[in-house]
Each structure stands twice: as structure tokens, then as C-alpha cells.
Write a protein that binds this ligand. Structure first.
Ligand code: DGY
Length: 420
């Protein structure tokens, strides 16, 4: 095993809160939806039973309508804002947020099931998990594609996982509401130059309070009232891939009665993605559903349709070409925003830094389309980054420094382009 694998195992153990894994002490002290689904695949490498537990805990927070919330607040913490007292009410704090995150669960559940060394355990766990996965996919189509466009909407930047992406800047121009005074906790753990600005947080909270006012995040209403409604490439690519993996699981489990329903999602998704292709840029783009415009930001999410397997061969070739150009500009890939874009900031949350999990998805997608050399470059960069800088939230693509939570605050002050 590479030393970094041993370190990863240590890290998972350190962040194990008993059946679920927190992404980071202090900054992220609860169970996050997509983080958790991703680390389940990590646990599977050395402790399959523990990997299944991760899903069990995550889906213990699933709502009756099928939504898997973005955060499950299993136990109190004073180090995160907005916590359960904001999402719920002071009288009755809720156990979760009222929004979701990219649906990675079916992808890693398939991974676990396919590569299991404990078939009996896997059969037993999957019998319990499959209906929950199916309910969560159904929720996406019912709540987030009620007009049957084939692609689903996110209603909050926090739902994308790529919270502070420049792809949300234009859509976040709506006026903010009068908010109750609030104190951010993230800035106690991470230098402000790496985090979203106050103005962005005001928008995040405006959305939160508006959704709460809709009968506590009523899924049937939010799509129609939200001033922010985007087609996110990350969410849609992961959902498309998750549908393929759910279909695979359905066949393995003999649940053939649901295959036609999943096929319909895939067919409609395939059509929906066609509208997100920007031929001039040779990239996929996010779309503002309220204006119908493709957003001009070129972000690492543009490459995730490779992971979905929804890009055509011609589109894949253009994506690979584009990716090479990005990689020519920085020593370590894949930056979360095109390094040639004026909005590129190498240290600020989702506006430039490298995330290893996105690298893994792009790597996986490139291999699928036969771009093995390019995939290898991303693999090598990922090993170099983590081996040199340690396991960090994210990395500076220009220097390879580890950044985000846990990074030494002073070390970064000089590197920050905008310090607020
Ligand atoms: C945050 O930064 O608070 C978000 O919940 C992470 O997605």
C-alpha cells in the first residue's frame, strides 16, 4: 500500500463519530451527504461492515418524501453555522438541513456491492438499502424536475457541493432579505480569504429562510418559489451516473420491475444534457433555469459528463483538449475554475483549488472514454498533492499547498488575491 493509503485509513478512523464520518473536525462536525457516500467507498477498502454503516446512518436521515438531506445533525456541535437551531426552530431543532446534495450514494453502493469480499453481508445490506436509493432518485425527479425536462434543478449553491463556484455568481444577484443577525463560524477555523464572502453568505441565508417559510422546506413548493434555480453539471452528471449504477444494482438484485423507470430517466437525461453543450467553448455549461441562459463560467464540473458517460465521443475529444489546456497553465490539476478565467482564485473555495474527489471522477471518466494518458496525469497529480501536502480539504493548483480547513492561517495570507 502507498503510505498515503495508510494515512487515509488513519484519517477515516480519526473522523469516525460512530457509524458516520465527519469531513473535518471543527469546520464540518456532522454527517454530510456526498462526503459520506464518498468515504463509504474508502471504508470498504479495509472494513466493509463499517462502510455499510456509513450508508445506514446517512439514510437514517432520509425524509419521508425520499430526500436525503445535505447534512444530518446526529449530535450537537457549537462549531458550525447554520446548525440545527437555524434549520429547525428554537423550540424544535431539526435533525437535518432542508436541502440536499449530489446523489453519490448509488455510485459507491454499487462499488461496494460489486467488489465485496463478504457477499452475504453485501446481499443483506443491499436488500435494505436499495429501496432507499430508489426513493431518493424518485425524489430528484418529482421535486426537482416536475416539468420533466430530463435534468434536475438545484435550488441552493450548498446543494451543488461546489458552494462558491463562479457558475453561481450571476444567479445569486437577487436582492437579499432582511436577515436576523448571524455569526459565521467557518471563519474561526479557516482564513477568510479561502471562504465565500459575506455577501455570498447573505444570499445563502436568504434562500435558507425563504425555504423554511415554505412550510419547513416543502419539496413540492421550493422548485416554484426559489429565486435561484440552476442546472448544475456536477449534480446532473452524478445523478446520471447514479442512475446507471442503480440500474446495474436493480438487475443484480432481480428487481427488473424498476428498470423501465430508470431507463426513462436515462433517456430523458441524455436529451437534457444536449442543451448544456457549448459548442464554441467545447465544454458543458451550467444553465440558469429561470432565464434559460447557459452560464459562461468554465468550471471543473464541465468535465463530469465524462464520469456520467453521457458525453458523445466528439464532445469527449473536445473536453480532453480543453482539459489539456487547463493543465498547461498549472502544475497541479484539476483546478476547479479555468485558470485563464479572471475569476480564478487558487485558494478560494471552489473558485480555483483542486479537489481530489473531483479528480477521481474526471480520472474515471477519462478512462471510460479511452484517454488513459490524460487520466494518468490526473492520477499522478493527485498522488503528488496528497503525498506532499497531506490529506487536506483541497489544494492550491499553483503551489501544491494543502488548503482549506486545517491549513495554517498565516501561511496563506500572502497568497490570497482578495482578502476580506
Ligand atoms: C458549508 O461550507 O457550510 C457547507 O455546508 C459545505 O457544503
Amino acid at each position: 500500500r502507498l503510505p498515503i493509503v495508510e494515512e487515509s485509513i488513519e484519517c477515516l478512523r480519526r473522523n469516525d463519530y460512530g457509524g458516520y464520518t465527519i469531513p473535518a473536525h471543527n469546520l464540518y462536525p456532522f454527517q454530510w451527504n456526498w462526503d459520506s457516500a464518498i468515504v463509504a467507498a474508502g471504508w470498504a477498502v479495509f472494513d466493509e461492515a463499517r462502510a455499510w454503516e456509513e450508508f445506514e446512518k446517512l439514510f437514517s436521515g432520509q425524509w419521508e418524501d425520499g430526500m436525503v438531506p445535505s447534512i444530518i445533525f446526529h449530535r450537537p456541535s457549537t462549531s458550525y453555522f447554520p446548525g440545527p437551531e437555524i434549520w429547525g426552530s428554537p423550540a424544535a431543532p431539526s435533525e437535518s438541513t432542508g436541502i440536499t446534495q449530489p446523489p453519490v450514494a448509488s455510485v459507491s453502493a454499487r462499488f461496494l456491492f460489486e467488489h465485496t469480499e463478504h457477499a452475504e453481508l453485501a446481499e443483506e445490506q443491499m436488500a435494505d438499502l436499495f429501496p432507499k436509493l430508489l426513493a431518493s432518485h424518485r425524489w430528484w425527479y418529482k421535486a426537482r424536475d416536475p416539468e420533466k425536462k430530463g435534468i434536475v434543478a438545484i435550488l441552493h449553491p450548498w446543494e451543488s457541493g461546489m458552494d462558491n463556484s463562479p457558475a453561481w455568481d450571476a444567479a445569486l444577484q437577487f436582492p437579499v432579505d432582511n436577515l436576523p443577525p448571524y455569526e459565521r463560524k467557518d471563519l474561526q477555523h479557516v482564513n477568510a480569504c479561502m471562504r465565500p464572502t459575506k455577501e455570498t453568505y447573505d444570499h445563502y441565508l436568504t434562500l435558507l429562510y425563504r425555504f423554511k417559510a415554505e412550510n419547513y422546506y416543502d419539496s413540492n413548493k421550493l422548485y416554484w418559489v426559489s429565486p435561484f434555480r440552476m442546472t448544475d453539471l456536477c449534480t446532473n452528471s452524478i445523478l446520471f451516473r447514479a442512475n446507471r449504477d442503480l440500474r446495474w444494482l436493480a438487475i443484480k438484485l432481480g428487481k427488473t420491475d424498476v428498470v423501465a423507470e430508470i431507463d426513462e430517466w436515462l433517456e430523458r437525461g441524455f436529451e437534457g444534457f444536449k442543451q448544456l453543450w457549448d459548442e464554441d467553448a467545447g465544454l458543458f455549461k451550467c444553465q440558469d433555469q429561470l432565464t434559460g441562459k447557459l452560464d459562461d463560467a468554465a468550471t471543473s464540473a464541465a468535465f463530469l459528463p465524462l464520469f456520467a458517460g453521457v458525453a458523445s465521443k466528439e464532445q469527449a475529444a473536445k473536453l480532453a483538449e480543453n482539459l489539456k489546456q487547463w493543465l498547461d497553465k498549472v502544475p497541479f490539476g484539476v483546478p476547479s475554475t479555468d485558470p485563464r478565467d479572471p475569476r480564478f482564485e487558487p485558494l478560494r473555495y471552489w473558485r480555483g483549488p483542486v479537489w481530489i474527489i473531483i479528480n477521481w471522477m474526471i480520472f474515471n471518466g477519462l478512462r471510460h472514454y479511452g484517454y488513459d494518458d490524460l487520466a494518468q496525469r490526473i492520477y499522478d497529480d493527485s498522488v503528488a498533492l496528497t503525498s506532499n501536502a497531506g490529506l487536506r480539504e483541497y489544494f492550491d493548483p499553483q503551489t501544491g499547498d494543502g488548503a482549506g480547513v486545517g491549513a495554517l492561517v498565516r501561511q496563506f495570507t500572502r497568497n490570497c488575491r482578495i482578502l476580506r
